[in-house]
Design a protein around this ligand. Structure first.
Ligand code: NAP
Length: 311
């Protein structure tokens, strides 16, 4: 499995990350089989959030109970979690008290003494960078969090945090897939008034992250919209795209999900793909995709088949 480097951390995470958002109702055996499939395929990076599950910290707790990691197994994994969303109240909260409290809840649920990475999950419009800095300093000094990052943040929001936060922000986790590709598609068609794709929805996040050494993590890598189901195998809505994916899968001798993974990782920014599948075979197939390098014509053909314009 290909790895990437997280700037200024010394960590070498796998290109594929196992996301734990959908494990709440899975049995211990199913969770073990899922994580084992990832580890045997070279995955060393696990993505959690305090809000995953029916109640706070549920998926973190399910993971810890099912895996019951030995200290050396724990040391072999990069475990990241997120905070900053108050799901019950439907608002965002980057206060120091909330950030510190949620990390302590995550550590308890995960039965570990530290998070390798903590991400701020979604931007808080009421963010005060000094509050975030106070929380990060406290968590770092107490050894509870090693490295920090963000999720769903624009360049301006990251720069605002950096006015007070001392630690490098090494990750930005964003929604990205062939069928949800505005991160790359807008930049292909700047200033074209008649083309909706031309609207820059994220303030040029990819180029900012490349210049600022921020690794991008693609969440929902096989979803078309915002939790509207996978485009893989959906021939009604994504017939042309699935046609190209199936042809390439045949020619590379892999599964369609491998091609969808390879498409994200072909982009030369530092990328990781955060899987959400709970099916071990799909994990194995996605990991195979990390070792495929699509050609430039193949990459563009897939983007075009998803409905984007190549001007
Ligand atoms: N930062 C954020 O704001 C944010 C938001 C959402 C998610 N995340 C993270 O990103 C991870 C991935 O998100 P996601 O679960 O939405 O992503 P995903 O990997 O694109 O979607 C997985 C879902 O698609 C289903 N699926 C159907 N056909 C599939 C196929 N052929 N191949 C693979 N999956 C197929 C899976 O079903 P089966 O389980 O039955 O295989 C599963 O329900 C989450 O676990 C979480 O860690 C982050």
């Amino acid at each position: 499995m290909r790895t990437t480097t997280l700037a200024s951390t010394g960590l070498t995470p796998s290109a594929v990350v196992l996301g734990m958002m959908r494990i709440a109702d899975k049995s211990d055996d199913e969770i073990r089989a899922l994580v084992r499939a990832g580890i045997e395929s070279g995955v060393n990076h696990i993505d959690h959030a305090d809000i995953y599950g029916h109640v706070e910290h549920q998926c973190e707790e399910r993971f810890a109970t099912a895996l019951n990691l030995t200290p050396s197994e724990r040391d072999g994994l990069i475990i990241q979690s997120k905070c900053g969303i108050n799901a019950a109240g439907n608002y965002f909260d980057f206060s120091a008290e909330r950030i510190i409290g949620q990390v302590e809840g995550s550590l308890q649920a995960l039965r570990t003494d530290r998070l390798d990475l903590l991400l701020l999950h979604r931007p808080d419009a009421l963010v005060e960078p000094e509050e975030v800095a106070r929380a990060f300093d406290t968590l770092e000094q107490q050894g509870k969090v090693r490295y920090f990052g963000v999720s769903n943040h624009t360049p301006g929001q990251i720069e605002l945090l950096k006015t007070a936060v001392r630690q490098p922000l090494v990750v930005n986790q964003m929604q990205h897939s062939i069928a949800h590709a505005s991160l790359v598609a807008a930049g292909l068609a700047p200033n074209m008034e008649s083309l909706p794709q031309s609207v820059d929805r994220d303030n040029d996040t990819i180029n900012y992250c490349r210049m600022a050494n921020v690794t991008l993590q693609a969440w929902s890598p096989f979803q078309a919209g915002f939790f509207q189901g996978s485009f893989l195998g959906d021939y009604d809505r994504y017939g042309a795209l699935n046609g190209v994916i199936d042809r390439l899968a045949n020619s590379y001798g892999v599964a369609p999900v491998s091609i969808a993974t390879a498409w994200i990782l072909r982009h030369p920014a530092s990328w990781q793909v955060v899987l959400g599948t709970t099916t071990p075979d799909r994990v194995r197939d996605a990991c195979r995709g990390a070792d495929i390098t699509l050609t430039r014509p193949e990459w563009y053909e897939l983007l075009k088949a998803a409905g984007y314009t190549i001007p």
